[in-house]
Design a binder for this molecule. Structure first.
Ligand SMILES: C[S@@+](CC[C@H](N)C(=O)[O-])C[C@H]1O[C@@H](n2cnc3c(N)ncnc32)[C@H](O)[C@@H]1O
Length: 587
């Protein structure tokens, strides 16, 4: 009911007053608040000598992105005789100043925001201000930040975001506040987002510039150049628009902006400025995003991998598992046809090669019979163990044929995309290993424990164990590699890393297993391994060495995903936190 009080006060008083400024802030009309604040500063009003007045001006400045200006305004505190105000008000101003200094630090990439576990976000700090100062709620919950990035044209003649220096995993790439947010069902979000954008355009010159850069240019004006886009999309102070909305930001143009640039993350749909320059990739994903609910739905992008200077930043717009056909359907539903490296590999490089034939034969066999056989055995658990061995053998022979058909000139990520084609087959193989192992144990162990049985040195059981654990390691290694270059640090990738570590740990416990050598199936640094009695190639590793590598690989993946060290993760210990951390991804 009281909304619009700022306008009303301005109208009856003629000149802007502190009260109108505070009412604008209370109503969230921050751009009007800053217009009033500027007028007050110009008129050198005596009321500015009160602590509350200075704090209001600073809040209006900070709310429109002028953090430096806000901090300058509060510097007058260093000459307290300039200020009038109760002890409570003075304490309030200190609190506002501390918060603004913290925001300034964040905007330079420093500060507590970027610490902490998981999302790396601490709860938004509480301000110690007098109760009547409700207008301080307009202080931004988080400062915008842009890391070592720039906008450039990519090879597909699209604008993209590129690293300007080498970036390490977990580094914060950028943090942006939303232009519009919708928390409901995605399908119904467009109309609401467009209305929010129109509203923001009426009040904010900055939002208007940002949206102009997200359209494909506008009638009778040149499309935005990189320099224009970089200027408009970087954090900068806002102001009241000088001209009327004009014809170029129509509802139709904004529907197009929403369709092309919506982020669907953490059950929200939102539009952001600079993040809209990030292109999609089905492989080579090197960034992840989180919408931070407690911090005004700001979006935080982090590096997921090391990113070399000059490389493009990619974020997956949709789930990138599944066939080329499925991924094409998903990208087309979003209004474009994906031309990422992985899609180009599957569509142009692979067809007609031996590798394509081997993977097709493997997946045809899987889809026409192996999958059904597995489903059938799942329904008859009592018989599964005894029937799984032939199934496992067939799966292994397909995966080995696939490995041998690989082109030796492929880079590691191309090998990964290739292996990705047969992921369901690998999962099926891993399941079979478990079934046969349990069956053999039940058969042989009777009343005995596994370790006692192996200590006794039953040679047939040891041989069976080594074969099964080796098969498990082989399948899991290929799966880990497949995920490392597609949906890195996804739930499935982390699960495979952990299972691989467990498999090698089991391997090392088996009698004589450390004497077994694993040789690469392809003569390059692709970790595909086969158990052999004796090394025949120059490159080989023992199971013990591979156990150490798999442990490091698992710790690195969890460290990169959650920012936790190996002491915290405690792999293999009684306090092991793997499951708890993974539950945060898949509650
Ligand atoms: C959020 S924008 C990304 C920035 C965009 N490149 C630009 O210049 O404004 C999304 C649009 O970029 C293009 N795009 C992003 N990733 C792509 C990909 N992998 N293949 C083809 N086009 C892509 C599509 O036109 C898509 O609608």
């Amino acid at each position: 009911m009281l909304r619009g009080l700022g306008q009303w006060l301005c109208r009856i008083c003629g000149a802007p007053t502190l009260q109108s400024l505070q009412h604008f802030l209370n109503d969230g009309e921050v751009v009007s608040a800053w217009a009033v604040a500027e007028e007050l500063l110009r008129s050198q009003s005596t009321s500015l000598k009160s602590a509350e007045a200075v704090a209001s001006l600073a809040v209006a400045a900070a709310a429109t992105g002028r953090l430096e200006r806000a901090a300058q305004l509060l510097e007058v505190l260093d000459t307290p005789d300039l200020l009038q105000g109760s002890a409570q008000e003075l304490a309030g101003v200190h609190s506002v100043r501390d918060r603004i200094l913290e925001l300034l630090a964040q905007s330079r990439g420093e500060g507590a925001l970027f610490g902490g576990e998981n999302l790396g976000v601490d709860p938004a700090p509480k301000l110690q201000v007098p109760e009547t100062w409700c207008w301080v709620a307009q202080l931004p919950p988080v400062a915008e930040f842009v890391g070592p990035l720039e906008i450039r044209w990519n090879e597909g003649c699209e604008r993209g975001l590129f690293a300007t220096r080498h970036i390490f995993p977990r580094e914060v790439l950028l943090l942006a506040r939303p232009l519009a947010v919708h928390s409901g069902v995605w399908a119904y979000s467009t109309a609401e987002l467009v209305e929010q954008l129109l509203d923001a355009c009426r009040n904010s010159a900055r939002t208007r510039c940002q949206l102009q850069c997200l359209t494909d240019g506008w009638a009778s004006r040149a499309p935005p150049t990189l320099a224009v886009a970089s200027h408009a999309l970087w954090p900068q102070p806002d102001s009241q628009p000088m001209e009327s909305l004009g014809s170029f930001l129509t509802r139709e143009a904004l529907v197009n902006v929403v369709d092309r640039n919506s982020f669907h993350v953490n059950s929200k749909t939102a539009i952001y400025g600079l993040p809209s320059m990030i292109n999609h990739s089905c492989g080579s994903v090197n960034a992840s995003a989180n919408i931070l609910d407690p911090l005004g739905d700001a979006i935080l992008f982090r590096a997921e991998t090391e990113i070399a200077a000059g490389s493009e930043i990619f974020f997956p717009y949709f789930k990138v598992s599944g066939s080329l056909h499925r991924r094409r359907e998903r990208s087309q539903a979003m209004g474009f046809s994906c031309r990422c490296e992985r899609c180009a590999f599957e569509a142009d490089t692979l067809p007609g090669t031996n590798a394509a034939a081997a993977s097709k034969a493997a997946m045809d066999a899987f889809e026409s019979q192996l999958r059904d056989q597995m489903a059938d055995l799942r329904d008859r658990p009592e018989e599964a163990g005894s029937h799984c061995m032939p199934l496992l053998q067939e799966i292994l022979s397909h995966t080995r044929r696939m490995a041998l058909a690989m082109d030796h000139s492929w880079r590691e990520r191309e090998v990964a995309w290739y292996l990705h084609l047969a992921l369901p087959l690998y999962w099926c193989g891993v399941w079979c290993c478990t079934q046969v192992w349990q069956y053999e144990l039940l058969l042989k162990a009777g009343e005995m424990s596994v370790s006692a049985l192996l200590q006794e040195g039953d040679p047939s059981l040891s041989k069976c164990a080594v074969t099964l654990v080796a098969a498990r390691c082989e399948l899991l290694l290929q799966m880990v590699l497949a995920w490392e270059h597609t949906d890195r640090h996804s739930y499935d990738h982390l699960k495979c890393c952990y299972m691989l570590y467990l498999a090698f740990m089991e391997m090392c416990k088996l009698p004589l297993s450390s004497n077994h050598y694993w040789v690469p199936l392809v003569q390059q640094e692709v970790p595909l391994w086969r158990l052999e009695e004796r090394p025949q190639h120059a490159k080989h590793a023992t199971s013990t060495e591979l156990y150490a590598t798999s442990r490091l690989r698992c710790e690195t993946a969890f460290c990169e995903k959650f920012g936790v060290g190996s002491d915290y993760l405690c792999l293999g210990g009684t306090q092991c936190r793997v499951t708890a951390l993974m539950r945060t991804l898949h509650p």
